[in-house]
Design a binder for this molecule. Structure first.
Ligand SMILES: Cc1ncc(C[n+]2csc(CCOP(=O)(O)OP(=O)(O)O)c2C)c(N)n1
Length: 280
């Protein structure tokens, strides 16, 4: 089936990702909220404007593939998949609700629309390489999009994968680095320096672009011009703010794995037009 679905209001998709992520994590009393909020705008553009997919046929062979390598940011993925119609929105209420939930704290392929089980950091690019090579072998023109964290890039496996992708000239592979400059317990540059990050990707043979990861136009422009260079994989370093949209949590390390109290939720509920926190 050749269906190319486009949600039409990308700003609204991003806003809904933020609302759903706050709602799901507060309701469950757990989850990685800050890491989901930093990628909301990128996810909205990918699913609203760029990728081709068919929620009615999640395994459609010609679909573009998406891998959330920083699997802990899955609140954003769950929201956007629900918005696309991969499953009923009511399922969002099951986030981390029981052991065998379809929406655990890290994404699993049992949920329609999830292409890879992730959460153990450092594997998404290598999985993406496999998909990109399979596409080429099958003469398909689908693209593979991978979002990694910046702290995640401290895993050596990423650089082994980066070398392989360039060697195989995989210009159907796109890595988007969520450059929010924070990792689990500190700023990345205090733990293990990543800069000059763009030069690193360039020296590994990738075409590189640095963008503002919250500017819908910039994100759209760069993702509309893939491959950035023919014969090279593309690396997009998206400058973002961890917890973007939740003012008091923005750029604060402790919001890596912190959620709102019910009281805090009530206080911001009207300002952000959030849903009631219903528990049934
Ligand atoms: C292999 C592995 N080591 C450690 C962890 C624990 N862990 C979860 S999130 C995280 C920090 C990730 O930081 P970053 O990639 O910058 O993502 P951000 O949360 O800032 O979006 C760590 C170390 C993990 N999930 N996998």
């Amino acid at each position: 089936m050749n269906i190319d679905i486009k949600l039409n209001n990308v700003e609204k998709i991003a806003e809904q990702i933020r609302k759903d992520s706050i709602w799901m994590s507060t309701r469950a009393g757990t989850g990685h909220l800050g890491p989901a909020l930093s990628i909301a705008d990128i996810m909205a553009v990918l699913y609203g404007r760029i990728m081709k997919y068919n929620p009615k046929d999640p395994s459609w062979p010609d679909r573009d593939r998406f891998i959330l390598s920083k699997g802990h940011g899955c609140l954003a993925l769950y929201s956007v998949l629900a918005q696309c119609g991969y499953f009923d929105r009511a399922l969002l209420g099951e986030f981390c609700s029981k052991l065998d939930t379809m929406l655990p704290g890290h994404p699993e392929r049992k949920l329609p629309g999830v292409e890879a089980n992730t959460g153990s950091l450092g594997h998404g690019i290598a999985i993406g390489i496999g998909m990109a090579m399979a596409g080429r072998l099958a003469n398909k023109d689908y693209r593979v999009f991978v979002i990694t964290g910046d702290g995640e890039l401290q895993e050596g496996s990423n650089w082994e994968a980066a070398m392989a992708a360039a060697h195989h000239k995989l210009d159907n592979l796109v890595v988007i680095v969520d450059r929010n400059k924070l990792q689990l317990g500190d700023f990345t540059e205090n733990i293990s320096q990543l800069e000059p990050l763009a030069k690193k990707w360039d020296s590994f043979g990738w075409a590189v672009k640095v963008i503002d990861g919250h500017n819908i136009k910039e994100i759209t422009d760069v993702l509309s011009s893939i491959p950035l260079t023919r014969g090279k994989p593309s690396a997009i370093i998206a400058s973002t703010i961890k917890s973007k949209g939740l003012k008091f949590a923005e750029n604060k390390v402790e919001w890596h794995y912190k959620v709102l109290t019910e009281q805090q939720y009530k206080e911001i509920k009207d300002e952000l037009s959030l849903e009631e926190l219903a528990y049934e």
